[in-house]
Design a binder for this molecule. Structure first.
Ligand SMILES: NC(=O)c1ccc[n+]([C@@H]2O[C@H](COP(=O)([O-])OP(=O)(O)OC[C@H]3O[C@@H](n4cnc5c(N)ncnc54)[C@H](OP(=O)(O)O)[C@@H]3O)[C@@H](O)[C@H]2O)c1
Length: 369
């Protein structure tokens, strides 16, 4: 049996700009560059102390990667190095280890990057060993127990400053059909017993999807020409207690007018401007904050990773007592195994064109779930 592993990767070739990533690989300006390399498993010096060789299985598609592809010095993470695999979180299998904490055959979650195989020091990179007894399939470490679920969790239970006793509230969630949004809608609808959750999503199918996530959820299609009328009808005479916004731009600007006085905006994301900053300008937003004395809370979930074990324990309790339904943690999985690996960047751009319902995952290795 050959001891040579052929790895495929997409390297970060140029930092991304405010516009869409450049996928014109024939030009030197392309954001990514395809690369192949070989690892020889029989090489006794393949791994330095602390290092592991990991086969990537599932890669997470996150809008935040657009920021990680940039050289932005003000970001919450240091710029990713050019010439290395484009940054991406993922789950994989340890093929070889020179680290006491990991052995061959272990499954791990780490910042693997856009590569089929990688060697890294597991003590230096944010790496965790996965307990397969917690899931029915490996991809659930990116969906049910992934950082998008943690994000939804802390948005609801921590940054909103609500408690599940605060019933009869009106919530608004934008980006509701995505990974964070669909979990958040479920948590709010089922554990906070609100009067209603208005859930903004793109298209009739996604409106139906968000309405299936819990009771008292009213989906609103932001792509419809009657969006503002539909929004007004869904809200009725009510005002919004907390707006969980992931989109910013026009959706935030418009909705900010419908919060209660002293209402709250939890700013989770701003996806409408990630490829086009001109979408981030406001007409009503500042006046709404002022006149309604709104409170705005932004956050970055990495600050809450330290509480992951506690959060997961609470989620498991909510699964067990039936408050949350694991089967409603939807995944959209696309295939980049074998020759399809070259499609990875193009598949990733689907984040911005509505490809996914729930967690968007790219599979790069065959033979797992
Ligand atoms: N603060 C944090 O720590 C943290 C952590 C994770 C994620 N986030 C942010 O949370 C947001 C959601 O992340 P995610 O992982 O859930 O991504 P996701 O699964 O891709 O969901 C994003 C949703 O945004 C919607 N969307 C995209 N472009 C839009 C536009 N121009 N106008 C309106 N809606 C648009 C899409 O809805 P449709 O398909 O319905 O159009 C999609 O369902 C992102 O902004 C991300 O950066 C923040």
């Amino acid at each position: 049996m050959s001891t040579i592993i052929k790895a495929k990767q997409y390297l970060l070739n140029n930092y991304a700009t405010w516009g869409p990533v450049n996928l014109n690989y024939d030009t030197p300006e392309a954001t990514f560059k395809y690369n192949e390399l070989e690892y020889d498993l029989s090489d006794a010096n393949l791994l330095k102390p602390g290092e592991i060789l990991v086969e990537s299985i599932h890669l997470s598609n996150d809008p935040a990667q657009k920021g990680w592809f940039k050289s932005n010095k003000d970001s919450y993470l240091p710029p990713s190095p050019l010439g290395k695999p484009a940054p991406a979180r993922g789950v994989g299998k340890v093929l070889k280890s020179n680290n006491d904490k990991y052995k061959e055959g272990d499954f791990v979650q780490a910042h693997l990057g856009w590569t089929t195989h990688s060697i890294f020091n597991a003590d230096e990179k944010l790496t965790s060993k996965l307990d397969l007894s917690k899931v029915s399939k490996l991809s659930q470490f990116l969906s049910v127990f992934g950082s998008t679920t943690l994000t939804a969790y802390v948005a609801a239970y921590k940054y909103s400053e609500l408690t599940p006793k605060d019933t009869d509230r009106v919530f608004l969630v934008s980006g509701a059909a995505g990974a964070v949004g669909s979990v958040l809608v479920q948590i709010l609808a089922k554990d906070f017993k609100p009067k209603k959750v208005l859930a903004i999503a793109g298209g009739a199918d996604k409106v139906k999807f968000v309405e299936s996530l819990g009771p008292n959820v009213i989906g609103i299609d932001y792509k419809s020409s009657t969006y503002e009328e539909d929004f007004a009808k869904a809200l009725g005479d009510d005002k919004i207690d907390v707006f969980f916004d992931q989109v910013a731009g026009e959706i935030l600007d418009h909705a900010s007018q419908y919060l209660k006085t002293f209402g709250k905006i939890v700013q989770i994301g701003a996806i409408s401007g990630y490829n086009d900053p001109t979408k981030s300008y406001f007409k009503n937003y500042a006046a709404s904050i002022l006149h309604k004395r709104l409170r705005i809370q932004g956050f970055v979930v990495i600050d809450d990773f330290k509480d992951s074990a506690k959060i997961i324990a609470h989620l498991e309790e909510l699964f067990q007592n039936g408050t949350l339904d694991k089967s409603k943690f939807h995944e959209t999985i696309v295939d980049a195994t074998g020759d399809n690996f070259v499609k990875i960047p193009e598949l990733w751009t689907g984040l911005f064109t509505g490809t996914n319902k729930g967690k968007f995952i790219t599979t790069v290795a065959k033979g797992y779930d």
